[in-house]
Design a protein around this ligand. Structure first.
Ligand SMILES: [Zn+2]
Length: 523
């Protein structure tokens, strides 16, 4: 069973009936900078589970929190340190936007994330931690309970995660009234109305102002310690389904603590969990892959929506996904998609064709489109050959005219191929056709093979399969090792040792040109 169906079924069996009220599926992201593609895995898993639940007739709502109330704890490398240092330690909603036109830092990076989520075809209800939960006082009751029973929170932290807090520690950070920072403050002495605080901590380069005072922790002036905050958000909103990356899901990990807090402090049945594996970029996790080509937006730019969805949902939640824009992941992702499409066209009904259906944007799922598509690798090759017309070559390979839909998809794929070739594509996919055979010390065997191949090409138009078969024969006729033959051909036409399938690429190049080059190189 496809993973999303398996989870949909488990939720149906395990989550108690809500008496007609829709189930609440929730996820969140702290907007501490440009969002890494890893966070899109959560977005997509929750989004797909929500879609599958709806298919099963289970009413549900998917809410996504743009967390603007965590502290700004480090300055990403792409921002000006001189500008942002003074804001370190403030809640994100009080940090200025890096670009004009956005109310604050969180809004700016949130807008970018929302664009990517939209492209992937997910449509959660968005809300903000500060503006929609804390500031209007929705968290106040949970804050009161957590402060009244702070000793229990300390006990849970110690028992579940082994983290020991001193007797005065309270599970809240308040925003300093003088400098607006929250990472710099230490709260103590809850009297039922206010907490005392001092602004005197300076972690990670933050500068405290030294202010002391008492402040009410309600109405957005204080934020719960995050594992308590997590449980409180479930309580306040009535969350039924919420997964998290597997790094949070270990015994004694943050999820475990939040579960205990939810049960013991707030008397809540904890949400159905979906622990999921990482989305890696070039084999690296979110924390260590901050380079170019690792943000949600950058990865989304590599694929049309349905292939982007495949990248996000294709692997079971127990498996890692790894995309490396500067390797062969991009053509392979398109190939995976095309393989699924082929199974659908063949009429197979299995987990693979189910996956293909779920890759389509929700508006396209009623009638699953399965246009024939030219393989991405071939598209990427042809768009680099100035004298080839993509649509003509595609029709030749398909063996029949392209439909309007197929023409559109071909043009779209060509745009993605051009984009990839000019951004991340590795050398092995970049080709420059040589007007003259490259200056290479061709062996006698290579020259023999070139002449025989020139004779064959001169006789008639040849298909890729025909050229391929002829190359196979030449191994014996010209007494040449396959590797020697192919290196010679790639050198002659592309001035390099490797390239696309030789039979195919020789068949798409203009015949006279191929013959002339082979004769010259074979001289
Ligand atoms: Zn301060």
């Amino acid at each position: 069973m496809f993973w999303a169906d398996r989870i949909g079924k488990e939720i149906e069996e395990r989550v108690p009936s809500t008496d007609g009220a829709p189930l609440l599926v929730r996820d969140e992201k702290t907007l501490s900078g440009r969002v890494h593609i890893g966070s899109m895995r959560g977005v997509a898993i929750h989004g797909l589970v929500s879609e599958v639940l709806s298919e099963r007739g289970i009413k549900n709502t998917y809410r996504y929190e743009l967390n603007d109330f965590d502290p700004f704890d480090s300055i990403p490398g792409y921002l000006d340190e001189a500008v942002f240092t003074e804001h370190l330690g403030k809640p994100l909603y009080l940090v200025p936007s890096p670009e004009p036109g956005f109310a604050n830092y969180a809004e700016y990076f949130g807008a970018e994330l929302q664009e990517v989520i939209k492209k992937a075809g997910f449509n959660p209800e968005y809300y903000k931690a500060y503006a929609d939960l804390y500031a209007p006082g929705k968290m106040d009751e949970c804050i009161r309970i957590a402060l009244d029973r702070a000793s229990e929170v300390r006990r849970i932290l110690k028992e579940v995660s082994g983290s020991v807090k001193d007797e005065t520690w309270l599970p809240i950070s308040v925003v300093c009234e003088s400098c607006s920072k929250m990472m710099t403050t230490r709260a103590s002495d809850w009297d039922g109305e206010t907490v005392a605080y001092t602004c005197d901590k300076g972690p990670d380069g933050t500068v405290p102002c030294g202010n002391t005072g008492r402040v009410s922790p309600f109405g957005g002036r204080g934020k719960l310690f995050w594992k308590v905050d997590w449980a409180a958000k479930w309580t306040v909103q009535g969350v039924d389904v919420e997964g998290a990356g597997k790094d949070h899901s270990t015994k004694g990990g943050s999820r475990d603590v939040a579960n205990h807090v939810a049960k013991e402090l707030y008397g809540l049945e904890t949400p159905f969990d979906i622990p999921y594996e990482f989305f890696l970029v070039g084999g690296k996790k979110m924390s260590s892959s901050k380079g170019r080509g690792s943000s949600a937006r950058e990865i989304s730019e590599l694929f049309p929506p349905e292939v982007f969805r495949l990248a996000l949902i294709g692997k079971d939640i127990n498996q890692q996904t790894d995309v490396d824009p500067s390797g062969d992941s991009v053509p392979r992702m398109f190939d995976w998609y095309d393989d699924l499409a082929e199974r659908v066209r063949e009429g197979v009904a299995d987990d693979f064709t189910r996956l293909y259906a779920l890759c389509q944007l929700p508006e396209n799922q009623a009638e699953i489109p399965t246009p024939w598509q030219l393989r991405f690798g071939q598209v990427a090759f042809i768009v680099q050959m100035p004298h080839l017309v993509l649509a003509d070559e595609a029709e030749r390979i398909k063996g029949s005219p392209l439909s309007e839909e197929e023409k559109e998809k071909l043009e779209e794929r060509a745009e993605y191929a051009r984009f990839w070739l000019t951004t991340y594509a590795p050398e092995q996919f970049r080709f420059v056709l040589q007007d003259q055979p490259s200056d290479f010390a061709y062996t006698d065997a290579q020259k023999r093979a070139f002449s025989l191949l020139a004779d064959f090409m001169e006789e008639d138009d040849r298909t890729g399969e025909e050229v391929h078969a002829r190359l196979h024969e030449l191994k014996t006729e010209a007494d040449i090792k396959p590797s020697e033959l192919f290196v010679g051909l790639y050198q002659a036409f592309l001035a390099r040792d490797s390239g696309p399938k030789a039979g195919w690429f020789l068949s798409v190049l203009p015949r006279e040109f191929v013959v002339r080059s082979l004769r010259e190189a074979g001289r």
